[in-house]
Design a protein around this ligand. Structure first.
Ligand SMILES: NC(=O)C1=CN([C@@H]2O[C@H](COP(=O)(O)OP(=O)(O)OC[C@H]3O[C@@H](n4cnc5c(N)ncnc54)[C@H](O)[C@@H]3O)[C@@H](O)[C@H]2O)C=CC1
Ligand SMILES: O=C([O-])CC(=O)C(=O)O
Length: 271
């Protein structure tokens, strides 16, 4: 059975570990890690059947087949190279880190050299299957429009640096319009989805992103429009936020769970 290490015991890591613990995925939860001990304790309290070891990444990769990074863009710099050098596969949730072209290129090179896989789940968006299919021919444009409640944007570097008072936003307000390369740095905990779109499609410097604060909504809304040689499609998802982290959509946790199921399953459905 595939041995899994989960790096990051927050909203996504906890849902993923609970799903593995339920026995429905068919993989073994071998180890977990978080820089906050309390997050590990909280996660472990929710497991009924397994008691994973707590191992830092350097130790974790000696024992597992696949590491799931669900921590932060900063963690990707530590977790991904260490995992691949140990000849383990890695699933990355904080995909925005790969706006750093050097990191993306290095990751590709190490993975290729060691015959490892790097998985980027669809996360909180729908439509990556269509974009992946469409990218076998020319893609003309990819646009992401994200709407979140102002509370979900708290602490983002863009908000802090521009002294934006989120409490004063009373109606639907466009806060950011630009390319994915800037968006994932400006809102690192809000639009990692822009990074997955960029990697699947036409890259970080051509994928357009609009971020809207909307105090009237309770869900995280992501709309995607893709135009290309294949024609055109639009998708829209209204995501229920994860209970313990309103920045994150519950669908992102489900996407990590489903990607793990896909890895463990001999049948592969979808693009
Ligand atoms: N690809 C996608 O569609 C989505 C990606 N995300 C990203 O996934 C990641 C996880 O999301 P959540 O579980 O909601 O976050 P969270 O904030 O609930 O949990 C993250 C956990 O990782 C730990 N952590 C962060 N950096 C660390 C480091 N360098 N070393 C050790 N532990 C570290 C934190 O202490 C925290 O317990 C975040 O980067 C988030 O922005 C979130 C939603 C959708
Ligand atoms: O969960 C979401 O709605 C999207 C998100 O936070 C991200 O992509 O970082």
């Amino acid at each position: 059975m595939l041995k899994i290490g989960v790096f990051g015991c927050g909203a996504i890591g906890t849902e993923l570990c609970k799903a593995i613990d339920s026995g429905h995925i068919g993989v073994e939860l071998y180890a977990v890690y978080d820089r906050h001990e309390q997050s590990i304790i909280n996660l472990k309290e929710q497991l009924k059947n397994t008691d994973p070891k707590v191992l830092e990444i350097v130790e974790m990769v000696k024992h597992v087949d696949l590491v799931v990074e669900c921590a932060s863009q900063q963690a990707v710099y530590e977790v991904v190279p260490t995992t691949l050098h140990a000849k383990c596969d890695v699933m990355v949730i904080s995909v925005g880190a790969f706006a750093d072209k050097k990191l993306l290129d290095t990751t590709f090179d190490i993975a290729k050299e060691h015959g490892c896989k790097v998985y980027f789940p669809s996360g909180a968006i729908v439509g990556l299957d269509g974009l992946t299919s469409a990218s076998a021919a020319s893609i003309y444009s990819v646009t992401l429009t994200t709407q979140k409640h102002p509370r979900s944007l708290e602490g983002a570097p863009y908000i802090v640096q521009n002294n934006i008072d989120l409490d004063s936003i009373k109606g639907k307000t466009v806060l950011f319009e630009g390319m994915a390369s800037e968006a994932v740095k400006a809102f690192p905990a809000n639009v990692n989805v822009a990074a997955s779109l960029s990697i699947a499609g036409i890259g970080f410097d051509k994928t357009k992103v609009k971020i809207i604060a909307n105090p009237a909504i309770t869900r995280n809304i992501h709309e995607i429009t893709v135009e290309g040689e294949f024609g055109m499609f639009t998708t829209r998802v209204e995501n229920v936020p994860a209970p313990s982290n309103p920045k994150t959509s519950y669908l992102a946790a489900l996407s990590a769970i489903s990607t793990l199921k896909k890895i463990a399953n001999p049948l592969q459905v979808g693009t």
